[in-house]
Unconditional design. Structure first.
Length: 222
């Protein structure tokens, strides 16, 4: 089973971002949280910063859009070269957009298409849409800020997604409160792609922590 560790640079030292990226070169992708201070109450990166990160990163970008109107904005991040672009189903619904159509556009631009759900959003409406996506991100915290505690109550969503996925090549990602302990729980429920911010960047040795997280997930992979 292939497992992926995607450190979130939300927990990195922004003043030394190229150095920070070098410290996680053994990760699978780097998770880039784009927040607009509308969909979530925080403001982080925009296209210019993501373009710079893309230019200096030794590993591909996994862009997570916590922004309004993904139909308008998501394709631009694929055009910048992001390997994966994930948008929120709640944002698409609020804008009256078709999530599958956004996914097709992202794929046409060469990116993997991902869709994310907040802790309080059910996944059942997404199950029949799984063929349209390459990744489903189940938030294990409320989106907007790093350093929050893992919400174990969302694990049944992963069970449902794993059962519905079957043989489809759809990654099941979790984001929020991921540590060596919680990654084991998520892996048992079918997650195969893990976003860890504080656990990695607050470690004295981020590369070693990535390997420890990978080993913990592999030992409990369901």
């Amino acid at each position: 089973m292939t497992l992926r560790i995607n450190p979130s640079i939300l927990a990195a030292d922004f003043a030394n971002i190229e150095r920070e990226l070098g410290r996680i070169a053994n990760a699978d992708l780097v998770h880039v949280d784009v927040m607009d201070n509308h969909f979530v109450p925080n403001l982080t990166f925009g296209p210019q910063m993501v373009e710079r990160i893309q230019a200096v990163s030794p590993i591909p970008l996994d862009v997570h859009l916590m922004i309004d109107d993904p139909e308008r904005w998501a394709p631009g991040y694929a055009e910048l070269g992001a390997a994966s672009v994930t948008f929120h189903v709640e944002a698409a619904a609020a804008a009256g957009s078709d999530p599958a159509a956004i996914a097709r556009r992202l794929r046409d631009l060469g990116a993997r298409a991902g869709i994310a759900v907040k802790p309080g959003t059910p996944v059942e409406p997404l199950l029949e849409l799984l063929p349209a996506f390459d990744q489903v991100l189940v938030m294990t915290v409320e989106p907007g800020f790093g350093g929050q505690a893992f919400i174990a109550e969302v694990m049944p969503k992963l069970d449902a997604l794993r059962a519905a996925r079957g043989r489809l090549d759809v990654w099941l990602q979790v984001d929020g409160g991921i540590t060596r302990e919680t990654i084991a729980v998520a892996a048992e429920h079918g997650a195969d792609t893990f976003v860890a911010g504080s656990a990695v960047f607050r470690s004295p040795d981020p590369a070693a922590e990535i390997e420890a997280l990978r080993a913990a997930a592999l030992a409990h992979a369901g």
